[in-house]
Design a protein around this ligand. Structure first.
Ligand code: PLP
Length: 359
């Protein structure tokens, strides 16, 4: 089979080692003679998987015992509800920035539970930049932001100073893509299917002191973070398969290290953005200083060439380049497991297309 270069925005490319280990485990999990998807999640072999995945997250992010790591279900989208349900009491205020569809959905859900102060928004320019120069008020319960806006291709490289206000972040599409100070955050969440594993589980990292500050509201058991922390992600049956794949992806991430991963990802993004800027057929859609290293959004300068270029890419085994239905254009997702070589194949296609069009 010819190699397919997978630029999909999510579910997305994973390291081959994680896929190979999953295939093996579907046949024979940890020498049990049983398939991974037919063993008890309470078996000692499987409990070891959840423990290792949890520990790997802590190791990679250099987190101590003051943080809890859990794997939940319901996607990143359920976190949009669980966070305000757990920390935003009626009449209280939480601060949010609106940087796109996912941030807007988080705001919409928070309003079901309390008051939302939207500190800044980039909606005026179709979310093509990261708002800056806003201050986080001291009297809010938490401040929520989205570190990487998967649909628009913008990324936060700096986080605002929140002083004593808890910092909460949706890192679904750039977690583990570069080094960052995880101890600055009180809660981080990420749907696995962008940069960490298959669909079906969501990583949540919570500072234990923040866990003690939950509202007095009655919280259904399954939506209470404390229940999941106290049960080590095993209050009910976890996403057995998804967490297993995450564990193998995390092993791979740890073996590379976040510093080298960040350099790899920057090299891939630089290669593609340089070509977008050089090649007159293409135009980047995002403010330069806010360009995401995970999702590269661009358009054909002449929109009439777009469908043709996508076909041209498909014929070169370049897959998943169509932009999100809400913004159009093209989007190349360059998650951790994508090799520089794949970006080079895309850049070559852009140059060939240029030759074909310009003569
Ligand atoms: C994909 C995505 C989501 C939604 O994730 P689900 O797991 O589908 O609920 C939320 N936030 C960001 C930043 C995303 O990229």
């Amino acid at each position: 089979m010819n190699k397919i270069h997978n630029f999909s925005a999510g579910p997305a490319i994973l390291p081959q080692s994680a896929i190979d280990a999953s295939i093996e485990a579907l046949r024979n999990f940890a020498d049990t003679g049983l398939s991974l998807i037919e063993v008890s999640h309470r078996s000692k072999e499987y409990e070891a998987v959840v423990e290792e995945a949890t520990q790997l997250v802590k190791d990679i992010l250099q987190l101590g015992d003051d943080y809890a790591v859990i794997f939940l279900q319901g996607g990143a989208s359920l976190q949009f509800d669980m966070i305000p349900m757990n920390w935003l009491g009626e009449g209280e205020i939480a601060a949010y920035t609106n940087t796109g569809v996912w941030a807007s959905r988080a705001i919409k859900e928070a309003k079901l539970f309390g008051n939302v102060n939207v500190l800044a928004s980039s909606e005026d320019k179709n979310f093509s930049y990261i708002p800056k120069n806003y201050a986080v008020p001291a009297d809010v319960k938490y401040f929520h932001c989205t570190s990487n806006n998967t649909i628009y291709g913008t990324e936060m490289f700096n986080f605002p100073e929140t002083n004593s206000v808890p910092l909460v972040c949706d890192m679904s599409s750039d977690i583990f893509s570069r080094p960052f100070d995880a101890t600055a955050f009180d809660l981080i969440y990420a749907g696995a299917q962008k940069n960490m594993g298959p669909a079906g589980t969501t990583l949540v990292i919570i500072k234990k002191s923040f866990l003690e500050k939950r509202t007095k509201r009655t919280i259904p058991t399954m939506l209470d973070y404390k229940v999941h922390v106290e049960n080590g992600s095993m209050y009910n049956t976890p996403s057995v398969f998804a967490i297993f794949v995450c564990m193998h992806t995390l092993r791979w991430i740890k073996s590379i290290g976040l510093k080298a991963m960040g350099e790899r990802n920057k090299a891939k993004a630089d290669l593609l953005y340089n070509e977008i800027d050089r090649n007159g057929l293409f135009t980047g859609t995002v403010a330069k200083e806010d360009r995401s290293r995970m999702n590269v959004n661009f358009v054909l300068t002449n929109k009439e060439h777009e469908a043709e270029f996508l076909k041209f890419c498909e014929s070169r085994n370049l897959s998943g380049l169509k932009g999100h239905r809400s913004v159009g254009g093209l989007r190349a997702s360059l998650y951790n497991a994508l090799e520089l070589e794949s970006v080079q194949v895309l850049v070559n296609a852009m140059q060939e297309f240029e030759k074909a069009k310009m003569g």
